[in-house]
Structures are given as C-alpha cells and as structure tokens.
Design a protein around this ligand. Structure first.
Ligand SMILES: Cc1ncc(COP(=O)(O)O)c(C=O)c1O
Length: 389
C-alpha cells in the first residue's frame, strides 16, 4: 500500500513550517526594512548578507564570494555579464538542461552551442572538446537532477583552452565531487532557490565566484552597477559598470537562513529514500543512471533507463497512478531537452542534440519526496519490479 501524496519536485518546500513564518514576521519587529542595502540605522539585520555568508561557509569557503540574487536564471546571467559575454560570443552548455540556462545565454546576445550527454546524462567532455572554437567564451555544465557532471574532465578542457566554467548547480545543491560541494568547483557556481529546489526562498538564487574580480563585477552588475562603497550613503555611491536589478529581498534572505538550517536533514532523509530504491529495484530491463566514482548525488531524484517501450510505459503508469509522477523525464520533457527548442534555433536538432534526445527518451525520473515514508519507496520498487511486457 502506498500513502498518496500531492505533486512535488524537490524537498525544500516540504519542510516549511512556523520557523520560516517567524523569520519573516521578525523583519516587521526589527524595523520593517525589506531591502538588502542601506537603512543602517533602522535595521537590526542584513538578512541577505547573512545568508550569503552562511552559504559560502557551508558550500564553498574556497570561493572568493557568494552573492544572492533574485533567481537561478539571474545568477547565470550575472555570471555571464561579469565575464563580459555578449554578442558574437559562443557559450557551450549541454542538451539535457533547463530552458532557463539557455535563456540566460541568449539574453546576453551570445549564441548557445549544445554538447551531447554522457552516461551521467550531463555534459559529455569529449563533445565539449570538439565544439570549442575561438568564439567560445564560457562553458556551462549542468548537474541535472542532482547528479554531478564529469567536472574533472570538464575543468581540464577549460584549463587547456583558458575558458571559464560556470557550474549550473541549480538542481544539485548538496551533491559532491571528491567530497567538495558542486557550485564551488570552477570559476563560478550557481544555485536556484525556486519553489521546486532542495532549499527554497520562494524565488531566489546564488552565485559563487572563485576570482575576486569576477565576484566584484557580479555584485555590481546585479545592483545597477553599485560599488556599494562602505560608509558612503547609497545615493552618493558610484556605478562601476552598466548593471541591472537582480537583487534578492530581505524576506528571501531571512527565509533562506532557516531553510539552510534544515538542509542537513533534507539531505539525510532524501538519501535514505534514494538508497531504498537503489537497493530494492531489481529488474533485468532496468539500468540505473551512472554516477562517476568519487561523486555523490544530492539524492533528490532517482533516474532509471528502460529500452523496452512497453515495460517503460508500464513503469511510468505505476509512478503516475501512485502519485509519484516522473518529474521532468518524461513529465515536462520538452522544458528539459534542447531537441524541443526550435523557438531558439530552427536548426536545433543537430547530431549532439538528437543523440541526447535518443538517450533521454528511455529515461524515467523518480522524484524523492521527504514527505513520503520510506516504506512507500520499498513498495514502489516492488511494483516497478513487477512490470513486464
Ligand atoms: C538546471 C537549472 N538551471 C537554471 C534554473 C533556473 O532557476 P530559477 O528557477 O531559480 O530561475 C533551473 C530551475 O529550475 C534549473 O533547473
């Protein structure tokens, strides 16, 4: 028997309770400042700044800066702008992706180039190497559905060609490569805190920068070019570059601090459910997604692959009937595979993109929900094992 539950993606919002509510209502008692900067005499806290410090301490103390922004999409755009990417430049990313990453690239005026994916379903480093040209200005591997891309090979290609990497870790908060969290392994790392992510602020994102100068540019760009010169009233501050507004609000900052405290539990509970599926799914036709040695997922999704269409459809049927759903493989497949994005490029269905599509069409993503008891995962595994032609 399964305990039915509503549609859910990643666990952050499943654990929202009175503590987040209190964190927001506290802002009213602390002087009602909902803006991340200035108003120094009216406020008791700088919640966004405090959240940034905590994120850096937890996920990437080795990086020069952690900057909170209004979304993960904004974080990618801010990273690209900090690098000066624009018209005429190429940015390479992978064909299994989310549309946001591509939108951020296109919004800078640059062109997007897609790699194929490897057995991890993330950027194929060989495909990356083949696609690099003089026009390539940035590489964006995406740790899709919580599994790290082959960062060792990707960083090697990046170093050899002197092209910076922006790790899109929006779906992979908590995943690790050689014991280090993703998002802190290259020049930039990006998190999303939207409502479907591992930790949430409703909407929000973070950008980690390795180089001080990139961090400085990113900070200025996300805030109308403000240099935020200390002890200078904001009105007298100077602009260091032409920027935009991608600031995070204090509400999100305060909310995020509470979610971050809950993160170890989210990760631990997700891991238990993921390991249950890994242990109990035993089916000759089912292959598990590859995870490279030394890498650790964030356990938010369990991806399987089934060649036989009849069996695949039966498994999808079981997951839908029991309320698990299949997340973005195949639910929302068209938002996650470049094959469907002819509105971006009419000739998008090239060899790399088509190869990726042909791999993904066989995959099923089983969401890990911390609100569902572990026994549900044991039971769903046995239902899946029973699926035959
Ligand atoms: C891989 C990936 N990149 C970028 C984003 C964009 O994040 P946001 O929704 O915070 O803009 C998402 C969000 O779903 C994502 O999954």
């Amino acid at each position: 028997m399964l305990t039915g539950k509503e549609e859910i993606k990643l666990p952050g919002f499943e654990v929202i309770d009175e503590r987040e509510k209190k964190a927001i209502s506290n802002i009213f008692d602390e002087g009602k400042v909902f803006f991340a900067h200035g108003f120094d005499t009216k406020r008791k806290h700088f919640h966004v700044r405090e959240f940034e410090k905590k994120l850096k301490a937890v996920f990437s103390p080795q990086m020069a800066d952690a900057l909170c922004v209004s979304s993960g999409t904004a974080a990618i755009k801010v990273a690209l702008k900090a690098l000066g990417v624009g018209k005429g430049d190429h940015v390479i990313t992978q064909a299994f992706n989310f549309i946001a990453t591509v939108e951020a690239i296109v919004d800078t005026g640059a062109s997007v180039i897609f790699t194929d994916v490897d057995d991890t379903l993330n950027m194929n480093p060989k495909s990356l190497e083949r696609l690099i040209t003089k026009k390539t200005k940035a590489i964006i591997p995406v740790h899709m559905l919580g599994v790290p891309a082959d960062m060792i090979s990707i960083n090697r290609v990046s170093k050899k060609n002197k092209i910076p990497v922006i790790e899109d870790a929006c779906e992979a908060i908590g995943a690790k490569v050689a014991r280090k969290f993703v998002g802190g392994l290259s020049e930039f790392g990006v998190f999303s805190f939207d409502f479907g992510k591992m930790i949430t602020t409703g909407e929000g994102g973070a950008l980690f920068s390795k180089r001080k100068s990139d961090g400085k540019n990113a900070r200025m760009y996300h805030d109308h070019g403000h240099k935020n010169i200390p002890n200078l009233p904001r009105g007298l501050d100077r602009a260091g570059l032409i920027g935009f507004n991608y600031r995070m609000t204090e509400i999100s900052g305060a909310f995020g601090k509470v979610q971050l405290q809950k993160f170890p539990r989210i990760l631990k509970e997700s891991r238990k459910r993921y390991r249950t599926l890994e242990r109990y799914i035993r089916h000759n036709e089912i292959k598990f997604r590859d995870i490279n040695p030394g890498n650790e997922p964030n356990y938010d999704t369990f991806v399987i692959s089934i060649e036989n269409k009849k069996i695949r459809d039966r498994v999808i049927g079981v997951l839908n009937k029991t309320g698990f759903g299949t997340k973005n493989l195949p639910d929302a497949f068209n938002w996650h595979c470049a094959y469907f994005w002819e509105h971006i490029d009419k000739k998008i269905r090239n060899k790399e993109v088509t190869n990726c599509y042909n791999r993904l069409i066989k995959c099923i993503a089983i969401p890990i929900l911390v609100s569902r008891p572990i026994i549900d995962y044991k039971n769903i595994a046995s239902y899946i094992n029973e699926c035959s032609e």
